[in-house]
Design a protein around this ligand. Sequence first.
Ligand code: PBG
Length: 332
Amino acid sequence: MRPTQGPFPTTRLRRPRATPALRDLVRENTLSPGDLIWPIFVRDGDGVTEPVASMPGVNRLSVDRAVEAAREAAELGIPAICLFPYTSPAHRTADCAEAWNPDNLSNRATRAIKDAVPGIAVMTDVALDPYSDTGHDGFVRDGRIVNDETVEALVRQALSQAEAGADIIGPSDMMDGRIGAIRAALESTGHSRVALLSYSAKYASAFYGPFRDAVGASGALKGDKRTYQMDPANSDEALRCIERDLAEGADMIMVKPGLPYLDICRRAKDTFAAPTFAYQVSGEYAMIMAAAENGWIDGDRAMMESLVAFKRAGCDGVLTYFAPRVARALAG
Ligand code: PBG
């Protein structure tokens, strides 16, 4: 029960807002570097930092530069970095075999980072879209994205990532049954320590546009992802996806995109009390950056406000391209 509060002027809700000290005291939620996962884009080459046009301030990094980024993240107190490979067209094939190549870009980056900065957690992405010639997260047969055959490939991909030293595996593909299949395969191959952060409630969203540019998938994608990613109109269905993934062995769950889906974050946390993450996706980042670059909003304040919103909605952490900038701002 909510205690009743006296009427005005006994109660003046402005009293505790009056000074910075009082506001500090009554603040309900805080953001810290420990809440952040930093997604980075990795590409071929050496000494390469290549800007992503639709994401100002974000670059595709060669493996050596990704190692530097990991070092920077660790120094800033960011606990985890998440790798997304920009795969050259030559490695995009119908069989997606590059996805489980032990020496693919993602696996090379994982090994290099774990070698140089062992304390940082490396998260990797499980989905076929960086490796498929269709831009889809699964195999396409007769115009359909096939589920079970895709899951077998995702298991191989996940095992190659575990083998390379990934600490957290993030299946972002939205196929049915993938969490259980990956969890069983990890357990039976001596990788029981590897955590699964499932993209459980991933919506078919317009906000992924800049990401698809960043990983070079925009041109490749034929059609859309609505037969596997969720309908933005649905909420109960997200809870069913999350419940299923937790039962199949997910250690942590994610809602994606972030800001337009805070209601889902709150329902997920209240219902399951599991470690809950949101992904502030590329389009959300791009909107804040574009408005800030035009002088229409204060970029730093919008960044902070958008991120504390995730904490308020019940999230334990956030994947955000702002991670190093936020961590620097928090350090003062
Ligand atoms: C694909 C994947 C996507 C993102 C992460 N993994 C895009 C998609 O589903 O098409 C989007 C991330 C972002 O927009 O920042 N497996």
